[in-house]
Design a protein around this ligand. Structure first.
Ligand SMILES: [Zn+2]
Length: 242
């Protein structure tokens, strides 16, 4: 047990990114979710950290790492789900005019995205390219500035959201089942966002204009710009209370 844990600690120490923000992972041998901490058993495969509930599972993994790497890749939706869960928290906090804990939430979203970016899910070539681009984009954009007031946080969230929205439209919309995610564009902020509930909660204007937002179709119809919203139709101004 110590041997495996030690190997992973060495690998993590050498890794360019600090993975301490990770809160849970999936043990792909037994299928359990495991809480991630300093003592969680871990093995790296193709630069992706795999965590285990027990030495037995870690050993089974080490016997066939390529097989489990593919299992994790086929389960990329789980990793993206973790990205979204933390991203949604950031959105909710900004909509309430707060920055409490959002740098940490964004960082965790970014850590999951950086792992998701290394997976190889079975997708059509063009969709796979988009998948990797957006996951890499999220990983980068999720590193929020150190000094974080509401204005800077909203700017940082705008860039992060562009990648999340493009992921939903270009990748998730091609998968079954399509995710229950709602996309919006704010014409005043010239920015988009994604959320898990249907009722818009504007993260850019918060309590001043909570319902301001044009719905954006969750499928890629080639008719959308993250800054300008939908190019045709009746979009272009907020339909909400702004
Ligand atoms: Zn296990």
């Amino acid at each position: 047990m110590r041997h495996i844990a030690f190997l992973c600690l060495v690998a993590l120490a050498l890794a360019p990114r600090d993975l301490s923000a990770f809160d849970k992972a999936k043990d792909y041998v037994c299928g359990m979710d495991v809480a991630v901490g300093d003592k969680t058993l871990c093995v790296q495969e193709k630069d992706v950290p795999f965590y285990f509930c027990s030495e037995k599972c870690a050993k089974a993994f080490q016997a066939e790492p390529a097989k489990f790497f593919q299992v994790a890749s086929d389960d990329s939706a789980w990793w993206v789900g973790q990205v979204c869960a933390h991203y949604f928290e950031v959105r909710k906090t900004l909509a309430a005019d707060s920055v409490d804990g959002i740098a940490a939430q964004a960082k965790t979203a970014g850590e999951y995205a950086s792992v998701a970016a290394k997976l190889q899910p079975k997708l059509d070539e063009a969709v796979l390219k988009s998948y990797h681009e957006q996951m890499e984009g999220i990983a980068k954009a999720a590193a929020f500035p150190e000094k974080l007031d509401l204005e800077t946080a909203r700017l940082a969230f705008k860039t992060l959201s562009e990648h999340v929205v493009l992921y939903v439209r270009k990748v998730a919309s091609k998968q079954e089942p399509a995710p229950a995610v709602f996309l919006f564009h704010c014409g005043m902020a010239k920015a988009c966002w994604a959320q898990e509930i249907e009722e818009p909660g504007n993260p850019y204007f918060g309590k001043a204009m909570p319902k301001c937002g044009d719905p954006v179709p969750a499928v890629d119809d080639g008719n959308f710009d993250p800054n300008e919203g939908c190019k045709e139709g009746e979009q272009g101004g907020c339909k909400g209370d702004c």
